[in-house]
Write a protein that binds this ligand. Structure first.
Ligand code: ATP
Length: 324
């Protein structure tokens, strides 16, 4: 391996820049050339390349988003698109890739690897923590810290006005963010797609907490939860059946994805970047770097994209106890 291409793809997440930096610096340390590929697979198809040395990644470890930009690219789903990408990589002398992204980006990488036997290692970058083979994806820790901080602020208003707040958080079809911030911010209820509480039981639970003397309530709702059609329907339902509450909705949206990465995500990104480059130089390919029991590990990409990480049942139990 003489020249490694690094790119970010799919949704951005805090820690991606720290991972780019780690890949570039490890290449410099091991005397391998490194090229940044802009806008993910789109930049590969358009030959949007820029050589990177150790100094080109100064002052980015603390930045959210991705300096290499990210994009969704439909052309890469076609054989012609991937052929163009391959020809461009060969013309540039790139002989291995590090992809930082989510399961869609890994699927693209796997298809490409199969077609051209091109060495690829993945680094999981998404706030949703929905990738098998790692207990943490890059950005999850930062996003949960961001959300907890906001819920603390919402709680100030909730308790001053005896209000009930439904706070919708990201996570696509899994409830990792919701469960963790719900426990971390002391929510009264946590609604996640992995466990359907049902509208009736939600109502019962809210009645109980009102009876027990609680003056305000925070209910964290995962965006993929199906208890109600959506979070506004939940509000209408509760207002209709439990008029004692003044109900408000807060959909947090994209502010959860931005911001400076936490120390945990910066350290994780650094460890993953080193492992990714070292693995390529050891001749490994088609693996995703992950962290399990605080060890940096490799999981075949095919496995990483198939299974979601399971929701933490023990944490659900803890949250049930905390909400009594
Ligand atoms: P996030 O989890 O934040 O959405 P992601 O990596 O899952 O990130 P996607 O939009 O699903 O994001 O995928 C990113 C890109 O990967 C796509 O725009 C496309 O270029 C490529 N890709 C995804 N699936 C395939 C596939 N089956 N074949 C080829 N390329 C693919």
């Amino acid at each position: 391996i003489k020249k490694i291409g690094v790119f970010t793809s799919g949704g951005d997440s805090p820690g991606m820049n720290a991972a780019i930096r780690a890949v570039v610096r490890t290449c410099a340390y091991l005397k391998v050339d490194c090229v940044g590929i802009y806008r993910g697979y789109q930049g590969m198809i358009e030959a949007d390349f820029k050589p990177m040395d150790a100094r080109s990644v100064n002052n980015i470890i603390n930045k959210g988003g991705t300096i290499l930009k990210s994009a969704r690219c439909d052309d890469f789903r076609t054989a012609e698109g991937r052929k163009k990408a391959y020809d461009n990589l060969i013309a540039e002398g790139i002989d291995a890739l590090v992809v930082i992204g989510g399961d869609g980006s890994f699927t693209g990488a796997m298809v490409f690897n199969k077609e051209y036997d091109f060495p690829i290692i993945g680094i999981p970058g998404t706030i949703d923590n929905d990738i098998f083979g790692t207990s943490n994806t890059l950005g999850f820790d930062t996003a949960t810290n961001t959300v907890v901080e906001i819920i603390d602020k919402i709680r100030d208003t909730a308790s001053s006005h005896n209000r009930l707040f439904f706070v919708e958080v990201m996570g696509r079809d899994v409830g990792h963010i919701a469960l963790n911030v719900g426990v971390g911010a002391g929510a009264e209820e946590i609604l996640i797609p992995e466990e359907n509480l049902g509208l009736e039981r939600l109502l019962e639970s809210l009645k109980r907490s009102k009876k027990s003397g609680k003056s305000s309530s925070i209910v964290v709702v995962a965006e993929g939860d199906k208890t109600g059609e959506n979070v506004f329907e939940l509000k209408d339902y509760v207002e209709k059946h439990l008029p004692i509450y003044d109900v408000r909705v807060s959909v947090l949206g994209h502010l959860q994805r931005g911001g400076a990465p936490s120390c945990f995500d910066r350290v994780l990104a650094s460890r993953m970047g080193v492992k990714a480059v070292e693995s390529l130089l050891e001749g490994k390919s088609n693996f995703m770097v992950g962290i399990q029991n605080n060890e940096i590990t490799l999981t075949p990409i095919s496995k990483a994209i198939k299974g979601h990480t399971k929701i933490d049942k023990e944490l659900i139990r803890v949250s049930d106890i905390m909400t009594t």
